[in-house]
Ligand binder design. Structure first.
Ligand code: PLP
Length: 396
């Protein structure tokens, strides 16, 4: 009989580069752990790439999904449904303190909606300035917005009207603004680009620049939002509010969702017919998201994330101090962190960690990213870091 790996090799377009000898075949998850087909247990420091903020199969998420699936699964947006209205209210009240939401199914789609809104907002102004090394998605517009040539070069011609400035360099953004500029879009913490955190002066400066020039400031918090930094949204760390906020990943508790939240002033730019999504705002997904958001927005939950963030930071600092020949730099905030290595061994370290029962994520050849679930216990976090430290020692 053919294995799952055989079927995948034959029938799935090979965009993910999974390897039957190294990549776990996961069948079950609970809390901070997942299990493979041989019942081997892994501590999960990847969290479905920042999706499983409440860990795997959280009982409140299961309850919400179960209840909604027994009642109504899908209707289309021709009709009113309750969960999307309740979710929009909770999202808006807990983000930009006003405004309105649009629901899509992914981070890229949330960003597409933001790009369309920014272009329509000020007719004639179409240019969007993003940051080098950024990541905003894989659709044609968000791929063009992504400031990493390696993702773009096979797909030219790209969309017109995108420019790239240097992250954390305010002058380089200012220099690109002209009469056709509609918006500046950044991730306050660049995730896929290797976990680079915006400096306070940069992010405050961007706000002032956008106000002065009359252009929109868009924060892509697809990866950095939903409690990951110990604040519900990472922009709260700098007390700088965007005009448009995009969220996805952690919001749906593992179900696909993306949302654009537009501040009050810009919430009527998109009108009927301008944008839509068949599945956007689906009742089951929105019910799951409501359950997630209710838990994550609580002060106590966020304080616990902050305390776990200190454990992670201290441990990574120690590794950087203990292994200066291997660790070049530690970066990040909250429970989104990275170690940059001096050697191109990130993939090997990831492989050894997997063997030891720890899932971590290598970005490129020399960056290791840490994205544990936000519900991880102190003991689990310390255990994962102990396993990781042991593996690092093998590479000294
Ligand atoms: C900051 C950011 N924006 C957008 C995206 C794209 O999200 P999705 O894969 O859900 O389309 C990602 C995905 O990693 C991301 O990290």
């Amino acid at each position: 009989m053919e294995t799952v790996q055989d079927l995948e090799a034959r029938y799935i377009i090979n965009t993910y580069n999974r390897n039957p000898n190294e990549t776990p075949f996961l069948i079950k998850g609970e809390g901070s752990y997942v299990w493979d087909g041989d019942e081997k247990k892994y501590l999960d420091f990847v969290s479905g790439l920042a999706v499983n903020v409440l860990g795997h199969c959280h009982p409140e998420v299961i309850k919400a999904i179960r209840k909604q699936t027994e009642q109504l699964i899908h209707t289309s947006n021709l009709y009113y449904t309750a969960p999307q209205a309740y979710l929009a209210e909770m999202l808006v009240k807990n983000s930009l303190s006003g405004g309105k939401a649009f629901f899509a199914n992914s981070g890229a789609e949330a960003n597409e909606a933001a790009i369309k809104l920014a272009r329509k907002n000020n007719s004639g102004r179409y240019k969007i300035i993003t940051a080098e090394n950024s990541f905003h998605g894989r659709t044609m517009a968000t791929l063009t917005a992504t400031g990493q040539p390696k993702y773009r070069e096979s797909f030219i011609p790209l969309l017109e009207g995108f420019d790239y400035a240097c992250f954390n360099d305010l002058n380089s953004f200012a220099a690109l603004i002209d009469s056709s500029t509609a918006a500046i879009m950044i991730e306050p913490i660049q995730g896929e680009g290797g976990v680079h955190v915006a400096e306070a002066s940069f992010i405050k400066g961007l706000r002032e620049l956008c106000d002065r020039e009359g252009i929109l400031l868009i924060f892509d918090e697809v990866q950095s939002g939903m409690g990951r930094t110990g604040q519900l949204w990472s922009f709260e760390n700098w007390a700088v509010r965007p005009d448009l906020l995009t969220v996805a990943k952690g919001l749906g508790g593992g179900l696909p969702i993306g949302a654009l939240i537009a501040a009050e002033e810009f919430s009527a730019v998109l009108q009927p017919g301008d944008h839509a999504s068949t599945f956007g705002g689906n009742p089951v997904v929105c019910s799951a998201a409501l359950a997630v958001l209710k838990l994550v927005k609580s002060e106590q939950f966020l304080q616990e994330v902050q305390s776990k963030s200190r454990v992670l930071e201290k441990s990574l600092l120690k590794m950087a101090a203990d292994y200066p020949e291997l660790v070049k730099e530690k970066r990040g905030m909250g429970l989104i962190r990275a170690l940059e290595l001096n050697q191109a061994v990130a993939k090997k370290i990831q492989g050894r960690c997997t063997e030891q029962g720890l899932l971590i994520n290598a970005i490129g050849d020399n960056i290791i990213r840490f994205l544990p679930p936000l519900i991880i216990t102190d003991d689990e976090l310390k255990e994962g870091l102990r396993l990781f430290d042991q593996v690092l020692k093998e590479f000294i």
